[in-house]
Design a protein around this ligand. Structure first.
Ligand code: GAR
Length: 215
């Protein structure tokens, strides 16, 4: 399956996906990386890998719809069949989300539906929860909502700083996103009634990783 990636910054989740897609038999390949920020570090990773890149700045467009249409044009031209948001920090228009319904994934650094939005790790620490994690889900119009493909659980440790917790969750994200993309790209994961059903054998996983079991 041909995958387009949307980023806004560092691109470490994109890099984890890139590494995975180069494994023999992995059912997805990355065909284009689009950033809304020209200085996103992830762009250099993509260029070094010989992947088509585009900078599409939201500031160059008067409306969200026009910005999204510019991204859509590049995604379609590159032959993308699925989009992976990887640290993409813009809210998408309803039309774009509808067009790519069940064909767009996002990763969020919490156990959704807890801690949607920004400043996730600070709010996680402030709330005093003991377990947090990461979620890969299909994108819906509401921010950080949509059918959940896979989640990873990560402990919150006494005395955690935002940086320490973010690093621990990020390490889990880098395992989780390639797993989730594999499930979706292989056709093992599909949306049914706004939940994700996994068919067939669920891959062996590293660490405290939870995915929906086959029915
Ligand atoms: C990741 O932690 C990702 O989960 C988060 O931004 C970071 C991007 O890092 N995304 C969100 O908060 C989206 N709501 P990366 O650029 O190194 O992949």
């Amino acid at each position: 399956m041909k995958v387009g990636i949307l980023i806004s910054g560092r691109g470490s989740n994109f890099e984890a996906l890139l590494t995975a897609t180069r494994e023999p038999g992995y059912p997805a390949e990355i065909v284009v990386v689009i950033s809304n920020k020209a200085d996103a570090a992830g762009l250099a990773i993509a260029k070094a890998a010989g992947i088509e890149t585009h900078v599409i700045s939201h500031k160059d467009y008067e409306t969200r719809e026009a910005f999204d249409a510019a991204m859509d044009e590049k995604l379609v031209a590159a032959g993308a069949e699925l989009i992976c948001n990887a640290g993409f920090m813009r809210i998408l228009s309803d039309g774009f989300v509808a067009k790519w319904r069940d064909r767009q994934l996002n990763i969020h650094p919490s156990l959704l539906p807890a801690f949607k939005g920004l400043h996730v790790h600070q709010r996680t620490i402030d709330a005093g929860v003991r377990i947090t994690g990461a979620t890969v889900h299909f994108v819906r119009a509401e921010m950080d909502e949509g059918p959940i493909v896979a989640q990873a659980a990560v402990p919150v440790l006494p005395g955690d700083t935002v940086e320490a917790l973010a690093d621990r969750v990020l390490a889990a994200e880098h395992v989780l996103y390639p797993l989730a993309l594999r499930l979706v790209a292989s056709g093992a994961a599909r949306v049914s009634g706004e939940k994700v059903i996994i068919q067939g054998e669920v891959a062996a996983t590293d660490g405290p990783l939870f995915v929906p079991l086959p029915l």
